[in-house]
Design a protein around this ligand. Structure first.
Ligand code: DC
Length: 234
């Protein structure tokens, strides 16, 4: 539901970071929908570069070739507010980027400083006029340190694993809790220890622990924070 104040002069940037499976994307998308803002899933861009490398037969560990490839790709988003719709050189890769083989090969891509430079520049350009909610790992710290609203979402690894298992079970996919937990912990380690663009809390980010919150409560919290800022900006 768009808010009933004129938006022209007041479009802010909302940056949301947090670990894998913290509910960021679902929350960020819902906040964007409520504000009638654009939602950008920055993780989808790292996934798209990984997919392009795998399809081109370039090992994701080959920093130079992956960076060269990333520089040639046209990555665009559809304006679908229900799910991330992402195109790689005009082809819809929204489903392909979610395949498990992408996550298996993504760490070297996310750690590649030249790839990060290219994607950060694209992200900054997509959000430069405001009216955007972007989520990821380095959005509050590197991409939009100037965002009017910065949020760091966290939840315990156990709770994130529990949610992931429940999500998969809705899709009739059986998953072992311990395996899912181990994979989440492995992704946390990769995200936290990366030299370029690691996951970290910006000093001025508002921390929301979602362990005991529903998605609706998370959305409401961020929406209210955003609305206060937008109203004060007037
Ligand atoms: O949020 P996600 O699971 O779709 O992210 C996929 C990968 O991309 C994950 O390994 C972390 C990385 N990523 C990143 O390095 N920086 C971002 N801004 C977003 C995601």
């Amino acid at each position: 539901m768009p808010i009933d104040i004129p938006m022209a002069a007041k479009k802010i940037k909302i940056a949301i970071d947090g670990p894998a499976a913290s509910g960021k994307s679902t929350t960020a998308r819902a906040v964007a929908r409520r504000l009638d803002y654009l939602y950008i899933d920055s993780g989808a861009m790292y996934r798209a570069v990984t997919l392009a490398a795998l399809e081109a037969g370039v090992p994701t560990t080959d920093e130079t070739r992956v960076a060269e490839l990333a520089g040639t790709l046209e990555i665009t988003f559809g304006r679908n507010n229900e799910a991330t719709e992402i195109y790689l050189d005009g082809t819809d890769v929204s489903a392909a980027i979610r395949a498990p083989r992408i996550v298996a090969h993504i760490n070297p891509v996310a750690a590649n400083s030249r790839v990060r430079q290219i994607l950060v520049a694209k992200q900054q350009s997509l959000g430069k006029s405001g009216g955007v909610v972007m989520d990821g790992r380095d959005i509050t710290t590197v991409v939009f340190p100037d965002a009017e609203l910065k949020v760091y979402m966290q939840a315990s690894a156990e709770e994130r694993a529990r949610r992931r298992v429940a999500e998969l079970s809705v899709k009739d996919i059986a998953a072992d809790f311990d395996e899912v937990l181990a994979s989440i912990e492995q992704r946390d380690r990769a995200d936290l220890t990366r030299i370029h663009g690691p996951l970290k809390q910006a000093p001025d980010a508002i921390v929301i622990d979602t362990t005991a919150l529903t998605i609706a409560e998370q959305v409401e919290k961020i929406y209210r924070l955003a609305r206060d800022i937008i109203e004060r900006k007037d």
